[in-house]
Every structure is written in C-alpha cells, then in structure tokens.
Design a protein around this ligand. Structure first.
Ligand SMILES: Nc1ncnc2c1ncn2[C@@H]1O[C@H](COP(=O)(O)OP(=O)(O)OP(=O)(O)O)[C@@H](O)[C@H]1O
Ligand SMILES: [Mg+2]
Length: 239
C-alpha cells in the first residue's frame, strides 16, 4: 500500500533530516512511526503526503508514483496533520463538504458519514459555526472527521492523539482498528508508546533521520520483558 524507497530529505546545507529511508506498509496494517523530537517523522509524513518534495528517493502509494502521478496517488489517502491549521473563516460543515468534493463523495454518502463521524466526535452541533470559534481539540476533531469522510484506503496521521480528549482518543483508536480489519491501512506517528505498542501491527523507529528498527512490537522487544518505552530509550539514547 505504501512504499518508500531510499527517501532522503535535506532542508538547507548538509544535514539530512531523513536519510535513505526505505519502508513497506501492507494493506490491513496499523503502522506506528516513532522517534525522538526532530528525528524526521513529520518530514517523512510531509513527503508521503506530497507537501514536501524528497531530495532523493521514490514514494509509491497503492502502486502509484507520487512524483509522476501526484493527483492519482493522493486519491488513495487522507491525512491528519500534526497541527489543525485549517481555513478559519468558513463553517465546519463547509470544510467537510469541501473535502467530500475533493474526493468525489456522493451527496447521499457524505450526508450519512458527516452525521455519523461528527456525532461520534461530539462536534455535530457546532458544524454551523465558523471554524475560528472552535477550540484546538474541536478543530482537530473536524480535521479527523474530514479525513475519515472519503474512506480512502490509506489513512495517514501525524501525532493524532495529542490534544484529543480521552473519549475522542478511544473512538479514533477504534476507528483505526476497524479500518485495518476492513483491509485499509493506517500509518501514524506518535510519542505515546503504550498506545503504539497496543494497537500497531508493526512499528518503525527513526532516529536522526535514519531507520533503526522496523518490525512487529514483540520482535522489536526481542522476547524481553522490557516495555516498548525502555527499548525505545535504549535504541535512541544517542539522540
Ligand atoms: N522547514 C524546515 N527547515 C529546516 N529544517 C527543518 C524544517 N522542518 C524540520 N526541520 C529539521 O528536520 C529535522 C526533522 O524534523 P521533523 O519535524 O521531521 O521531526 P519530528 O520527528 O517530526 O519531531 P517531533 O517529534 O518534534 O514532531 C529536525 O532536525 C528539524 O530541525
Ligand atoms: Mg513531528
């Protein structure tokens, strides 16, 4: 579903924010992307979502090359960024219709899904208000609802659980699980290692732009009784 082939990003000068990163994420997987602050997670996600061009390397989404067929590749995923910076002068409902239009979600389907997801996340009653009036968490829930609407095969999230209340976090985790059970794919970054350990089929650890581990949680722990947090701290102690 998602293939990264020796993807590298250099911002300015010599330092590589991401260095020769190769990954394959299969359909049906919940894939966790972890690493210390500044390790290169957001940079990688911005390259996967087409927001930043890689300096080198190739990204395939559902077999489509993001560099040569960006629109076709982007139809295969939706994305929840780390900060919910969205249009503030329009109403929540307008934002959701805008996203539904982008992904050709039919009028009937969008009506059902908008109600279903916004009721679940408790923002249904606020959809008629302009986004500027939303709290940080409400904006984040709106972005999540918008990203859920198209039910694209790949769901990409950058630290989605930060700022969500416990009930919303629980709902989001359940939706991620359901998406994967139905054959979809979830790729997300997080610092919440207990949750990552609980819900992910596989985990990649990135440190200083380099992939240092990529495996099932129990294999990353290598049969030890240590928590993922302890293993993570050991793996990244030079960060
Ligand atoms: N726009 C930019 N210009 C220059 N350097 C940048 C830019 N964005 C990120 N970097 C650098 O790239 C490296 C990786 O940053 P990135 O934001 O990808 O880290 P991250 O793993 O998402 O960290 P965090 O856990 O704090 O979100 C860091 O050294 C950072 O300083
Ligand atoms: Mg980040």
């Amino acid at each position: 579903m998602l293939v990264l082939n020796k993807v590298t990003k250099t911002y300015d000068g010599e330092k590589k924010a991401v260095n020769q990163l190769s990954l394959e994420v299969a359909p049906g997987e919940i894939f966790g992307f972890i690493g210390p602050n500044g390790a290169g997670k957001t940079t990688t996600i911005k390259m996967i979502t087409g927001l930043l061009p890689p300096t080198a390397g190739q990204i395939l989404i559902n077999g489509v090359d993001l560099a040569t067929s960006p629109v076709a590749a982007k139809r295969n995923f939706t994305y929840v960024p780390d900060h919910p910076e969205i249009f503030s002068a329009i109403r929540g409902i307008d934002y959701l219709h805008f996203l539904a239009d982008m992904y050709d979600v039919s009028a009937q389907t969008r009506r059902v899904r908008i109600e279903q997801y916004t009721q679940l996340f408790g923002i249904y009653d606020f959809l008629g208000e302009i986004i500027q009036s939303y709290s940080h968490g409400m904006k984040q829930k709106l972005v999540i609802c918008g990203a859920l609407l198209p039910e694209a095969p790949l769901f990409i999230l950058d630290e989605p659980l930060v700022g969500l209340d416990p009930l919303a976090a629980k709902h989001l985790k359940e939706i991620m699980g359901k998406r994967c059970a139905a054959g979809g794919t979830v790729f997300f970054s997080s610092h919440l290692l207990t949750i990552v350990e609980q819900i992910c089929d596989r985990i990649a650890v990135i440190n200083q732009g380099e992939l240092i581990a990529c495996d099932r949680p129990e294999r990353i722990k290598n049969g030890s009784n240590h928590s993922l947090e302890e293993i993570f701290l050991e793996l990244t102690k030079d960060a």
